[in-house]
Design a protein around this ligand. Structure first.
Ligand SMILES: [Zn+2]
Length: 75
């Protein structure tokens, strides 16, 4: 299973707007728009490869997605 990071934006600011900034990074299955924590994310939202998880590039990261992702990877 491949995963990727998908951005959730600050409320009221559409992705693509000059003011858009990432409120929280979530983990999704690659190509999916529903995060591991069950949130529906914008299909146009920025994504990053799962290798960015744990780096400054994925800060701030959703704690619920972090826990679920860790569990899946520890079997
Ligand atoms: Zn999440």
């Amino acid at each position: 299973m491949q995963y990727e990071l998908r951005a959730e934006y600050a409320e009221g600011i559409p992705p693509g707007s000059a003011d858009a900034r990432v409120a929280l990074w979530h983990m999704t299955e690659a190509g999916a728009t529903v995060s591991l924590c069950g949130r529906q994310l914008d299909p146009a939202a920025w994504t990053q490869p799962s290798t960015a998880w744990g780096t400054d590039a994925s800060d701030p990261f959703c704690p619920e997605c972090g826990v679920k992702y860790l569990r899946m990877n520890s079997g």
